[in-house]
Ligand binder design. Sequence first.
Ligand code: GZL
Length: 309
Amino acid sequence: ISDWLKTSASKVKQEKPITLGFSQLGSESAWRLANTASVQDAAAESGIHLVIKNADQSQTKQFEAIRSFIQMKVDVIAIAPVVESGWEDILKEIKQAGIPVVILDRSVNVKDTSLFVTTIGSNLYEEGVKAGKYLIDRMRNETGLIRIAELQGTKGSTPSIQRGEGFRSIIAAREDMVITQSVPADFTEEKGREVMRSFLNVPPDERPQVLFAHNDDMALGAIESIEEAGLKPGIDIVVISVDGSRKALEELASGKLNAVVECNPLLGPQLMQAAKEIMAGRTLPKRMVPPEDIFTQERAAEVVSQRKF
Ligand code: GZL
């Protein structure tokens, strides 16, 4: 009898639903909203009890959310870190509480990588490389100075740092490709519109011939400012962006965008799988990267209808 009770008790223990506390960094872009929806849908499908808190771009609010998860004694904590720095102390608090951590989407800059189990997210450096390679190829027959404007994402965030570095590593091959303007616009459409307006407020011979926007939302805002200035986006100014939202691919098909590097927001299923593996005591690779592509005008029309966000 006692053996039977022990095994059935252990079965009951395993069946207890996992509680996952997720500190989401904000709701700044279509990508972020799709990322949140993917986590919520995947939790519902996998029977994991999700407690999600939105930090509206504030790292302090992320710390508050995480401390509430520790109080609640959740089984696993997931963090989408708004910026890379400043995570050492809070990760040590979580470790003290004996709760495993999954880093989602962006990265944390900590020396002790035992402070988290795994990071699930894109190779953001590679996305910058793809943008650079597209530009080098497109400009292969152009000579003379090529002025590039860059709309950076959130200062200090992994996508902004790494997309910028990846892009620069490729265009360094041509000394006549120069980033003449580069300003953070926080991944939002509104700031993208604003900063692009300032980029265009220069004498015509100082105007950028290329815009590299670290995400679609800023590119879509910038397109409005380019048109407002009486210029044709995609023609007078080559526009390259990252994410692959439906709206961006529609503009790609219409010719106002020239290339969109894919960044996959649908990380929910991988996050839930990781939570289950952790709770089952299995070890995970330190890094898990979703597959990604680049979309150009030729392919835009065919893929736009398939986009999930
Ligand atoms: C990238 C992600 C970025 C997206 C933006 O992994 O962190 O944040 O590219 C989003 O759209 O705001």
